[in-house]
Design a protein around this ligand. Structure first.
Ligand SMILES: CC(C)(COP(=O)(O)OP(=O)(O)OC[C@H]1O[C@@H](n2cnc3c(N)ncnc32)[C@H](O)[C@@H]1OP(=O)(O)O)[C@@H](O)C(=O)NCCC(=O)NCCS
Length: 440
């Protein structure tokens, strides 16, 4: 994966590099709000069609589609393939749906990178979608088994027999939980644990959250976010265009944030609705191409993928600390130091998780005890992180966030003529993802 910049610019026989050519997302809206009547496929389709049109990309050029999605609707066994069929891409285009919790779209993008770098694909659409408004509600196991038994029974008596023994509680629908299967802890409870273990103060969490809202509001004001957000036309529930993110709180303040009650530990906690990312609907798509293909089509890559890494930790410990391990690994693979990185997009699941990650990166004890390194990974200047705000203000549609981070970073690197950038995303299961981008 890692390669020197010298080989990157390489000659005729240099290996292809995976270039971020374009990206687009839907507005990110609070679950249960403006997209509540839409289907997950419609949302993914809307942004992908718009992206292809804006790029004037011949659909026949697309070799593969990889899409992330976490709360998978039962009717789509392979959402990415349905996306191919719904967007009018050639029916011969293979597609796969990936899930890595909040880092699902990172997985889609690094899978696309692998295809391109091996020379197996020249053009890949990678992204992700989440509709937390319409999470698949399933049946309890006893009820599901009884219904299957009933459907297989040959006689009415047999059918009734299958349903015997069901308790009232078995009829209760089961919604997917934002909780770890192995520990039973929700993401919020895990963030709370991290805040306590790392001594992350409430006022620092609120300060980070305030910055997220202020930067996001400014980025809408000056047109930066408008460039990467496509309107979604909701036609099945009163015709209207949804054009903007709807969670950004322009008028929030440290005082308002301080007044909010902790949600996940009501008595001793510090994680609130204000310093957490909200449940969100949204989709994001990115077009990756081999650098040669981009050149042949007359397109200028915004950035190329220089390296990436994943690392997982024990979910019973600091569940969302994975990026503190994945970041140094991705940097090592790129032959870089943290101080080489000019811009960062760090997914903000919770302010407590961001601040814990930054703390670990700065800690010599963490470096020696956990990473086997002599020195701390380094300090990241908060001014370099999340130029247009992060998931706390923008929202966090699980399957889409990784693509939003990669796309926003690539745009910002182009805008600021930054050479090197880093994306980091924490995910359920204790997984952390890190991707290093480089401008050619
Ligand atoms: C934290 C969480 C439970 C809050 O849900 P919620 O109660 O629907 O949140 P709301 O946005 O309605 O906020 C609750 C209250 O705080 C207020 N509030 C929230 N953020 C605020 C801010 N920045 N400034 C001022 N007030 C704020 C709201 O106005 C609301 O007030 P009200 O009750 O008077 O209307 C929910 O967002 C959640 O579960 N987030 C975590 C998601 C998650 O686990 N993701 C996975 C990450 S890995």
């Amino acid at each position: 994966m890692a390669r020197s910049t010298a080989s990157a610019s390489g000659g005729k026989n240099a290996a292809p590099r995976a270039a971020i050519v374009a990206g687009l997302r839907t507005p990110f809206v609070r679950a249960g709000s403006e997209f509540a009547q839409l289907d997950v496929l419609e949302l993914a389709r809307a942004v992908t069609v718009e992206l292809l049109q804006r790029l004037a990309l011949d659909p026949r050029e697309v070799d593969h589609v990889i899409y992330g999605n976490v709360t998978r609707p039962v009717q789509y066994s392979n959402l990415a393939r349905e996306l191919v069929l719904a967007t009018g891409l050639p029916k011969s285009t293979p597609a796969d749906t990936v899930t890595l919790a909040c880092a699902s779209a990172c997985q889609a993008i690094t899978d696309a990178t692998n295809l391109i770098e091996r020379g197996y694909a020249d053009v890949v659409i990678a992204g992700g979608v989440e509709m937390l408004s319409n999470v698949p509600i399933s049946l309890s196991l006893p009820l599901a088994r009884a219904l299957i038994g009933a459907s297989q029974a040959k006689s009415m008596g047999g059918k009734l027999h299958s349903l015997r023994g069901l308790a009232l509680a078995d009829l209760r629908p089961v919604a997917p939980a934002i909780a770890e299967t192995s520990t039973g802890l929700t993401m919020g409870q895990s963030a709370e644990l991290m805040a306590k273990l790392n001594g992350i103060k409430r006022e620092d969490q609120d300060g980070w959250a305030l910055g997220s809202h202020q930067k996001a509001a400014a980025a809408w004001e000056d047109g930066r976010l408008a460039e990467e957000v496509a309107p979604v036309y909701v036609t099945n529930n009163g015709s209207r265009a949804v054009t903007r993110d709807n969670h950004i709180r322009r008028n929030t303040s440290l005082e308002k944030l301080a007044a909010l009650k902790p949600v996940f530990d009501r008595h001793y906690g510090s994680v609130t609705a204000g310093n957490s990312s909200p449940l969100t609907d949204g989709a994001a798509s990115v077009v990756l191409m081999s650098d040669r293909k981009a050149k042949a089509l007359g397109l200028t890559p915004k950035a190329v993928v220089r390296s990436y890494a994943y690392h997982a930790v024990d979910p019973a410990g600091q569940l969302l600390i994975g990026p503190a391990y994945a970041i140094p690994r991705a940097l090592d693979r790129a032959g870089l130091k943290l101080s080489d990185i000019e811009l960062v997009e760090m997914h903000e699941a919770f302010a407590a998780q961001v601040l814990s990650t930054l703390q670990k990166l700065e800690s010599k004890a963490f470096a020696t005890e956990e990473l086997g390194r002599a020195e701390a990974v380094g300090r990241l200047d908060p001014a370099r992180i999340n130029a247009s705000g992060g998931s706390i203000a923008l929202g966090h549609p699980f399957g889409a966030t990784g693509a939003r981070c990669v796309m926003t970073l690539a745009h910002e690197m182009e805008r600021q003529s930054a050479q090197l950038g880093l994306v980091s995303v924490c995910a359920a299961g204790g997984v952390g993802a890190a991707i290093v981008l480089e401008r050619l």
